[in-house]
Design a protein around this ligand. Structure first.
Ligand SMILES: [Zn+2]
Length: 620
C-alpha cells in the first residue's frame, strides 16, 4: 500500500489530529485519541507500530492497549481487531475518532512510563497510525493530568509547538506520522537547562531526583555538540535539539531521534558540583550523549535504504548496522578527546577496554559482523547464556572496524583523507538528500573518498571472522598494543598494571575456569560458560551454582582468589548444584587467555606522531 502523497493539484489534506493525556497516573494509564476527518469509506484501519526505530526488536506495542473505542460525533462506531496490531472501524461519514487507553509502566528509553511523579512516552506506544494517511501532517494536543498536584508539570519535547507556551501543555505539530513518532515527550517537574552550540539551541531536561551541576553539564555538552557539528559541517541538521534525561538509582540506555534523544542514567553518572576531571561514570554518560547526538546524522538522516521508509509492521533487515551503530560507537568516544573533555590517555584506556571486550567474545570467530547486523532482531536484542560463544556485537566490532578504516585511510593517503571525509561524503550524498544508503554504499563511497580499493579490508572485516588488524593499524599512529591475562574479574583492560617483579611469573601462570559468575546465596552462579574453557570441558553449564573448590566454600567474589593458588594443568574438585542436584566434577585448570589489552604510546616516527595528532584532534 502506498500512502497518499500531497501534490499541487490535490486539495490540502486535513491533518490527523491526536490528543494525549496522562489519564490515571496512579494506574499508569494514558488516554490517546486519533481523529481523521475523511475516514476510508471502506472502513478506516489503524495500527500501532510493532517496533521503534533505533531498537531492532519486535516489541508489539499494541500489547499495552487496555481498551479501544471509536466514535463519530456522539455515535459509537464498531471497531474490530484484524491482527495483533491492526484495527478496522466500521465505514462512517464524517470525522472518526479512535481512543486508546494504554498501560505505561516501562521505565526504558523505548517505552512509556507514567506515575504520579512524571510521564514519558514514545509515539509508537500511544499514537495510532491511520493506514494510507501516514504522509499527512499531524497535530497533537498534549494535556496535563487532572488534579492540583500536577499544576507545576511542564512538557519537554523536540516536537514543534503550534499553540502552546514554551515547555507548556497545548497544541504541537509534526509534518507526518513518521515525524510524529520520532519526538518522545516528557511531562513533569524536570530540571531544565539550555545552551547554544554551532548556532543550534540545545535544551536539557532532567527528570528524577538528582543534584547535577547543570552549568558543568551544559558547558561540556556544548563543546561536544560543537565538535560533532564541526565534523559534518555547518549548518547542523536541526535548529533545536533536546536531551531528555531520566536519572535513576541504577540504569543506562539511550535512544536516538531526529531532534532529540531519550537517555536513562544513574544519578551518580551526572557531574557534581566541584568535580574537576570527569569521573569514569560521567565519562561514560558523556559518551552516551555523544553517541546519540552523532546519530542525528548517522542513522536518522544518513539512513540505510532498508529503513527508507521504515516498515513499522515487520523486521527491517540490513547488513549495515556495523556502520550505523559501530561507526557511531567509534566516534562517540573519539569526539570526547577531540573536544578536550577527556585526555589522550583516557581515550587509549577506553579503546583498550573495547579491544579487551572483543577479545573476550569467542563468538567473533563464529559470526561475521554483517551476520550480526542482519540477525539483530533475533540475536543482539535477545542475548542468552550462550551469546558470548556464538555472537559478536556489531556495536563493538563495528567501532573497531571504524578505527581500522580511519587509520588505514590516513596512512594510505598520507594524511589527506580519513573516515571523517567518508562521513561528510555520506552526509552530502545521502543525509542531505534523504536517499537511502544501499547495502554496498558505504564501502563504495569509502573507496571513492580514499581513491584506492578497500575491498580486501572490508571483505576481511565484514564478511569473515578473521581478526581485525588492530595491532598493525595502531602502530601507524605510534600506539603499541599489549596483551596480558586478566588480573581479577573486575579487570576490564585498558589500564597497564604495575606488579612487583616477583609476581610477574605468577600472573603469567594464572588459571581460570572460563566462566562469568554472579553472586548467589549458595555460592557462585555461572551466568556464562565460555568456549574452550576448563569449566566447559568439565561439563559445567550456565545456571550451575558452584559451592566449593576442593572442599572449601566459594562465592562469585572469592572464586578467582581461590583458583589463584593453582597451576595450569592441576586438577581441582568442584561441588556445584544444577537445579537441586549436586554435581561433583574434576576440573583440569587451564592457563587464563591473553585477552586483556593495554595501549600505550611507543617511540615512533615523526610521521606516525603527526598522524596520531591529526587523528585525535580531528584533522584529515
Ligand atoms: Zn546507537
Amino acid at each position: 500500500m502506498s500512502p497518499e502523497e500531497p501534490s499541487d493539484h490535490m486539495p490540502k489534506l486535513s491533518p490527523t489530529r491526536y490528543t494525549i493525556v496522562p489519564k490515571q497516573p496512579e494506574a499508569h494509564l494514558f488516554e490517546a485519541s486519533c481523529s481523521v476527518d475523511d475516514p476510508d469509506p471502506r472502513g478506516q484501519r489503524f495500527a500501532l507500530p510493532a517496533w521503534i526505530p533505533g531498537s531492532y526488536l519486535i516489541r508489539d506495542f499494541a500489547r499495552n492497549v487496555v481498551t479501544i473505542r471509536a466514535q463519530s460525533g456522539r455515535r459509537s462506531i464498531p471497531i474490530a481487531k484484524l491482527d495483533k496490531h491492526t484495527w478496522a472501524a466500521a465505514p462512517v461519514e464524517g470525522t472518526l475518532t479512535v481512543t486508546l487507553q494504554v498501560y505505561a509502566w516501562d521505565l526504558s528509553v523505548r517505552g512509556a512510563h507514567l506515575d504520579t511523579s512524571h510521564a514519558f512516552f514514545n509515539g509508537p506506544c500511544v499514537f495510532l497510525r491511520p493506514l494510507g494517511k501516514e504522509a499527512r501532517p499531524c497535530e497533537v494536543e498534549i494535556l496535563p493530568p487532572r488534579g492540583a498536584r500536577y499544576r507545576s508539570w511542564r512538557v519537554a519535547t523536540a516536537m514543534r509547538r503550534k499553540l502552546a507556551p514554551s515547555f507548556g501543555f497545548g497544541l504541537y505539530r509534526a509534518a507526518s506520522y513518521d515525524e510524529l513518532i520520532d519526538h518522545p515527550v516528557e511531562m513533569g517537574g524536570f530540571a531544565l537547562a539550555m545552551f547554544e552550540a554551532g548556532g543550534v539551541r540545545h535544551d536539557v531536561a532532567i527528570s528524577g531526583r538528582h543534584d547535577a551541576d547543570l552549568d558543568r553539564l551544559c558547558s561540556d555538552l556544548s563543546r561536544l555538540c560543537e565538535s560533532h557539528i564541526r565534523l559534518y559541517g555547518k549548518p547542523g541538521p536541526v535548529d533545536r535539539y533536546v536531551f531528555l534525561v531520566t536519572a535513576v538509582g541504577k540504569g543506562y540506555g539511550g535512544l536516538e531521534h531526529r531532534a532529540s534523544t531519550a537517555l536513562l542514567c544513574s544519578r551518580d553518572d551526572l557531574p557534581r558540583l566541584g568535580m574537576r576531571a570527569p569521573s569514569a561514570s560521567y565519562r561514560t554518560f558523556l559518551g552516551l550523549c555523544s553517541h546519540e547526538y552523532f546519530h542525528a546524522w548517522n542513522v536518522k538522516r544518513i539512513r540505510p535504504a532498508a529503513f527508507t521508509p521504515y516498515d513499522l509492521e515487520h523486521e527491517n533487515y540490513t547488513r549495515l548496522l556495523w556502520a550505523f551503530e559501530g561507526i557511531t560507537s567509534y566516534y562517540d568516544d573519539l569526539q570526547l578527546v577531540r573536544s578536550g573533555l577527556i585526555s589522550e590517555s583516557d581515550y587509549l584506556e577506553i579503546l583498550g577496554r573495547s579491544i579487551t571486550s572483543l577479545l573476550r567474545t569467542a563468538g567473533r570467530m563464529k559470526q561475521t559482523v554483517e551476520e550480526a547486523s542482519f540477525d539483530a532482531w533475533i540475536k543482539y536484542y535477545r542475548p542468552d547464556e550462550n551469546s558470548p560463544n556464538a555472537q559478536v556485537s556489531y556495536y563493538l566490532k563495528g567501532s573497531l572496524i571504524g578505527l581500522c578504516l580511519d587509520l588505514i585511510m590516513r596512512k594510505r593517503t598520507r594524511g589527506r583523507k580519513s573516515l571523517d571525509d567518508v562521513m561528510r561524503a555520506l552526509w552530502e550524498r545521502y543525509g542531505r538528500t534523504g536517499l537511502g544508503v544501499p547495502e554496498d554504499g558505504i564501502e563504495k563511497l569509502a573507496a571513492q573518498v580514499a581513491g584506492t580499493s578497500l575491498w580486501a579490508f572490508f571483505n576481511n572485516a565484514l564478511r569473515t571472522t578473521h581478526e581485525l588488524p588492530l595491532k598493525q593499524v595502531l602502530a601507524t599512529v605510534g600506539v603499541g598494543m599489549q596483551l596480558r591475562t586478566a588480573q581479577s574479574p573486575a579487570d576490564q583492560g585498558g589500564k597497564a598494571v604495575t606488579v612487583a617483579a616477583a609476581d610477574i611469573s605468577a600472573i603469567s601462570r594464572r588459571v581460570g575456569l572460563g566462566v562469568r559468575a554472579t553472586e548467589d546465596p549458595a555460592g557462585a552462579r555461572l551466568t556464562h560458560v565460555l568456549d574452550a574453557g576448563a569449566a566447559q570441558a568439565a561439563g559445567l553449564s550456565a545456571g550451575d551454582v558452584v559451592v566449593a573448590v576442593d572442599g572449601l566454600k566459594v562465592n562469585a567474589e572469592n572464586l578467582d582468589q581461590r583458583l589463584a593458588r593453582y597451576q595450569p594443568g592441576s586438577i581441582a574438585t568442584l561441588h556445584a548444584f544444577r537445579r537441586d542436584e549436586l554435581l561433583v566434577v574434576e576440573v583440569k585448570l587451564r592457563a587464563s587467555p591473553l585477552d586483556t589489552c593495554t595501549l600505550a604510546l611507543v617511540a615512533s616516527s615523526r610521521a606516525a606522531a603527526r598522524r596520531r595528532r591529526a587523528w585525535l584532534h580531528g584533522k584529515s
